[in-house]
Design a binder for this molecule. Structure first.
Ligand code: GLN
Length: 486
């Protein structure tokens, strides 16, 4: 069953060829067998999963509504709340923090019959590109156990790649869905900002944060979006738009489709990444996709813009972790100030502290204009540059990552780690949708990804054509050899 897509698993259930309990047991067994090699899960929610599975079997027997996602096992990144379950955010600060409400995401998934199977590992508070900055353990890459899974949603990406679940969820502030998805040879999708409710997602960079699914194929992503792309009154940034259908009228050819490539920005690509990207473009050209060069030179400023705005927003969002309201309180603290200082000192890891310091610095009175406000201006210019580019093409394409997955412990310099996000942050800055599909492997058999961006609100078209791109590449269904067995 591990080779099946989420849609196929659901259909087997609906045809009564397999029960929800059997599906749940099967995937929980895979987690038990393989997760010790990978460390994808911070918490496996056995009881919750079986309770839901029982309910589904009962409902199907009685011919009651079971939902669009009936019996599909789903993993949730551990920075989204599930009522009465622990939300750690990958941090020592919240090791024992029990959520007091459900995120809208979880509500929507469960309403439609999904089985939430566990909470997955992440870099602390979703800050990172490797999953090494989790307070608990790094998640390993199923394609190469010496390497990182990517971050920050590495737990979900590795879990899907190793087929421990057909679907995983991540949050994407600067690439945290797409980068690990590419490192693990899966499909990762960041919707238009505001398309998916963030109610119950612990905030990192609020003007960038967006929840997104990771799957083995784009059709599963399409199915998921039909459920979660819904207006939510509890999230003030949620767009007031009706649900859309993704799986109807899927395109079957690339007729009249134009893809823009910012060739100038891609000049410095590493040879292997360049070759992989050029090969992908050649395949698409043979299928009659028209390729044009687009001027997106502004992209060279995106990393700086991202790390100014994201750290500024993070420094204010994380102020709520004061040792009083949530999670950890230092046992050493004797005064109010010590409660703040020592709880934060003991509870936060190095990278989170670095971000808070950077963020408060760029917001401080002497530097606000020089850094934060200037970054906001460049953000506006980036939005405009994308709009102009999309006047001449349907999608913009770039590699997802500047290099394939690297060895655990090999990147020590934080700036080098930030460079991982070079090709993913532009979508967050411009608030547009972006998707990565597997584009093959480098010479060391490490996966790479092909990324497509679309204009804001063109989510349906993007996911649909990503599915066609994926079929054209014929690569998505590859499974890491170590986990390609029962
Ligand atoms: N790697 C980026 C960062 O560390 C993106 C993180 C994310 O998207 N959550 O900020």
């Amino acid at each position: 069953m591990y080779k099946k897509s989420a849609i196929e698993i659901r259909d087997l259930f609906l045809e009564k060829k397999i029960s929800a309990i059997e599906i749940t047991k099967y995937f929980l067994n895979r987690i038990e067998k393989y997760d010790k090699d990978l460390n994808c899960y911070i918490n496996v929610l056995k009881d919750r999963a079986f309770k839901k599975a029982n309910e589904l079997d009962q409902k199907l027997k009685e011919n009651k509504f079971v939902g669009k996602l009936a019996s599909i096992p789903i993993a949730i990144k551990d920075n989204m709340h599930i009522l009465d379950e622990i939300t750690t955010c990958g941090s020592k600060f919240l090791t024992n923090y029990k959520a007091v409400f459900n995120s809208t995401l979880v509500d929507l998934l469960e309403e439609q019959g999904a089985i939430i199977i566990g909470k997955t590992n992440l870099d602390e508070f979703a800050m990172g590109s490797s999953c090494e900055d989790s307070s608990f353990f790094p998640t390993k890459n199923p394609w190469n156990l010496k390497c990182v899974s990517g971050g920050s949603s590495g737990g979900s990406a590795a879990s899907v790649a190793a087929r421990l679940t057909p679907i995983g969820f991540g949050s994407d502030t600067g690439g945290s869905v797409r980068q690990p998805a590419a490192f693990c040879s899966t499909v990762g999708y960041k919707p238009t900002y505001g398309r998916v409710s963030r109610y119950g997602l612990v905030a990192f960079g609020s003007s960038f944060d967006q929840i997104g699914p990771i799957a083995t194929n784009s059709k599963d992503i399409a199915l998921i979006m039909e459920v979660i792309g819904k207006h939510c009154p509890k999230d003030s940034t949620s767009l007031k738009l009706p649900l859309e259908t993704y799986l109807d009228n899927m395109p079957t050819s690339f007729e009249n489709i134009k893809i823009g490539i910012p060739y100038h920005f891609l000049e410095q690509l590493k040879p292997q990444v360049r070759k992989n990207f050029d090969d992908a473009i050649n395949i698409l050209t043979q299928k009659k996709v028209q390729i044009i060069d687009v001027d997106l030179d502004i992209l060279k400023y995106c990393l700086a813009v991202y790390y100014i705005i994201a750290t500024a927003e993070a420094s204010t969002n994380l102020a709520r972790f004061d040792g009083i309201r949530y999670g950890k309180r230092s046992k050493e603290a004797k005064t109010l100030n010590e409660i703040y200082e020592l709880s934060r000192e003991e509870g936060f890891g190095e990278e989170v502290k670095r971000r808070i310091m950077l963020g408060t610095y760029v917001l401080s009175s002497g530097y606000l204009d020089a850094y934060y406000k200037k970054a906001q201006k460049v953000r506006t210019l980036t939005i405009k540059a994308f709009e102009k580019a999309f006047d001449n093409c349907d999608f913009v394409a770039m590699p997802t990552v500047p290099s394939s997955c690297f060895e655990i412990g090999s990147i020590k310099d934080p700036i080098e780690m930030y460079l991982q996000d070079l090709f993913t942050v532009p979508a967050n800055i411009a608030a547009i949708p972006a998707i990565t599909v597997p584009s093959g492997f480098d010479k060391d058999q490490k996966p790479l990804g092909f990324q497509m961006f679309a204009p804001a609100l063109d989510d349906v078209k993007l996911v649909q054509y990503a599915s066609l791109v994926e079929e054209t590449f014929k690569l998505t269904q590859k499974i890491p050899p170590l986990f390609d067995k029962e």
